[in-house]
Design a protein around this ligand. Structure first.
Ligand SMILES: [Zn+2]
Ligand SMILES: [Zn+2]
Length: 139
């Protein structure tokens, strides 16, 4: 079964020109439907279907995704304070490969995008909330 985000990570994607950063652990690339000037997705190279498949031991991975994504936003001329960062909460995931959205600047989000990427709604979760959720998982 082909996963488009795994293709980005393995370098086999036909859209590989949209990759802005790639390491053994993760890949950061442009969203095909940008919600603002810069809209990046940071995802682990490993196929993790969604946030509910993460465990406490993945907190460091989540943090490196955010750090890599924000670093890439800055390299593109944006700044982290005006970047909307978060993730879809299952079952509201279009692509079943865990990823973090980084959207800059927040002020240019359209009305619809503000709704889709509304922090801590039922469908979009911020990273601090995700980390809190992971920390509270039973061992
Ligand atoms: Zn995948
Ligand atoms: Zn998404």
């Amino acid at each position: 079964m082909a996963c488009v985000f795994c293709e980005y990570a393995s370098g086999e994607s036909p859209n590989s020109q949209s990759i802005v950063l790639k390491t053994d652990e993760l890949v950061v690339f442009r969203d095909i439907r940008p919600a603002s000037q810069h809209h990046l997705l940071a995802c682990p190279a490993q196929h993790i279907p969604d946030a509910k498949h993460l465990t406490k031991s993945d907190i460091a991975l989540v943090e490196s995704l955010v750090e890599a994504g924000l670093g890439a936003i800055e390299k593109l001329g944006g700044n982290r304070l005006e970047t909307r960062v978060g993730l879809h909460w299952p079952p509201f995931c279009l692509v079943k490969h865990f990823h973090v959205h980084l959207i800059w600047p927040e002020s240019e989000l359209t009305w619809l995008s503000r709704l889709i990427f509304r922090p801590n709604s039922y469908w979009f979760c911020t990273v601090p909330s995700l980390i809190e959720y992971l920390n509270n998982l039973p061992d």
